[in-house]
Design a protein around this ligand. Structure first.
Ligand code: PHE
Length: 399
């Protein structure tokens, strides 16, 4: 920081600017400590102008005055000049800091006065800096002049959730309120979890309804045709009771058209516990459709067949577009089929190591695309997977 006796640390002190001005060093201030009028020894260094030695309180004041005058006369007209000023006076190695640092060498009875003088000087230098900085912000600076703060900002395009995600979130939310939790599983799974464990043994005719894509190098692996595989994984864990919903993507070997695709999304549900009944199933699904489609919607169960449930049913709701009067969407029936359901087949429970005499359960499964088509008035299922921003941005703000 400053010159030392013996000349070991002969660095130029910031108080000793090359163009002349103020000089200070430990020795100066030690002498100053001993006598207000002590003169600085020049034994180890040669200042440019000896008149600037700091060797007494009066001189300090005088030198501060000189610096103040220097500051007053400065022409700060660019960001560069401002930064140079900051470094020279206010920087960590600047004049103000360096002067302050000499406090330790000041005689105790002088410390207070020295401190006060220095603080005032510091505030003065800082205030000047802020003043110039503010002016630079108003256009003194070249770059600042080019910035027009009144111009409108660049709009940040806000993305939106995909309509399938929106629909899935709504569905999940309703079941979560009933105590169901979300479970997930693999999209590429083995034949056992997708078919066999679900009471669909090899060569079972019901497999035809869910033809899928097989891994060519090992056809024991396939793209799941429904999220029921997650139900099997969960039941195999052996932790009962189970109350889960399983949203996810599924695949089927279907011709792609406006109404069907080779992949789509499902939410399935499973509840296994002691004494779970068909009444529990109906009540759960009635609650779901009312929360999902409104209190006025009607629902009905039709007997059906699935190898993994017995008895099985399909659930229809009154057509959302014609309120049951009959239109092209409901094919003039007034009803829309929305899900399959039933009591979990005892064989499925046993396949997963669950005692079917003690436990029973219900399961249901539905697609996400179809309700999304209805809710948002979308006419072509392919739009969901084409990544056309013109389509997707219409859902900005939808929740
Ligand atoms: N897994 C059936 C399907 O994908 C849906 C379903 C699930 C039906 C559970 C009944 C019970 O078509």
């Amino acid at each position: 920081m400053c010159f030392r006796f013996g000349g070991k640390h002969k660095k130029r002190n910031p108080l000793n600017p090359p163009e002349g001005g103020l000089f200070a060093c430990c020795k100066t201030l030690i002498q100053y400590k001993n006598s207000e009028h002590a003169q600085l020894s020049t034994r180890n260094w040669k200042p440019e102008t000896s008149k600037n030695y700091l060797c007494g309180m009066e001189q300090v004041l005088q030198q501060i005055e000189t610096l103040k005058k220097e500051i007053e006369t400065l022409q700060i007209d660019s960001a560069k000049a401002l930064e140079e000023y900051r470094i020279k006076f206010l920087g960590t190695k600047g004049l103000v800091k360096a002067l302050m640092g000499e406090m330790k060498n000041v005689a105790n009875e002088q410390k207070k006065a020295f401190g006060q003088t220095m603080n005032e000087f510091k505030q003065f230098a800082e205030a000047k800096y802020e003043e110039w900085k503010a002016l630079a912000g108003n256009g003194t600076d070249d770059t600042a002049a080019k910035i027009d703060l009144t111009l409108p900002g660049d709009a940040l395009p806000i993305g939106s959730r995909h309509p399938i995600s929106l629909m899935r979130n709504r569905m999940v939310n309703i079941f979560q309120r009933l105590g169901f939790s979300v479970a997930e599983g693999p999209e590429i799974d083995d034949d056992f979890h997708n078919f066999t464990a679900l009471n669909l043994p090899e060569n079972h005719p019901a497999r035809d309804m869910q033809d899928t894509f097989y891994i060519s190098t090992d056809p024991a692996w396939l793209l799941r045709t429904h999220t029921s595989n997650v139900q099997i994984h969960e039941m195999q864990k052996g932790k009962l009771p189970i109350r889960i919903i399983t949203p996810g993507r599924v695949y089927r070997n279907e011709t792609i058209s406006a109404r069907s695709h080779c992949f789509f999304h499902q939410i399935e549900g499973l509840y296994v516990d002691e004494k779970v009944s068909f009444a529990d199933l109906k009540q759960t699904l009635y609650f779901f459709v009312q929360e999902m489609f409104g209190k006025d919607v009607k629902a009905r169960f039709r007997p059906s067949y699935f190898p993994f449930t017995e008895p099985s049913a399909e659930m229809d709701i009154s057509c959302l577009l014609c309120n049951g009067d009959g239109c092209s969407v409901c094919k003039k029936t007034g009803w829309l089929e929305i899900l399959g359901c039933g009591m979990v087949h005892p064989k499925v429970l046993e396949n997963c190591g669950i005692d079917s005499n003690k436990y029973s359960g219900f399961a249901f499964g539905m697609g996400i695309e179809r309700p999304a088509l209805l809710k948002y008035g979308i006419k072509d299922i392919r739009l969901f997977s084409e990544n056309d921003v013109r389509f997707l941005k219409q859902f900005t703000g939808a929740v």
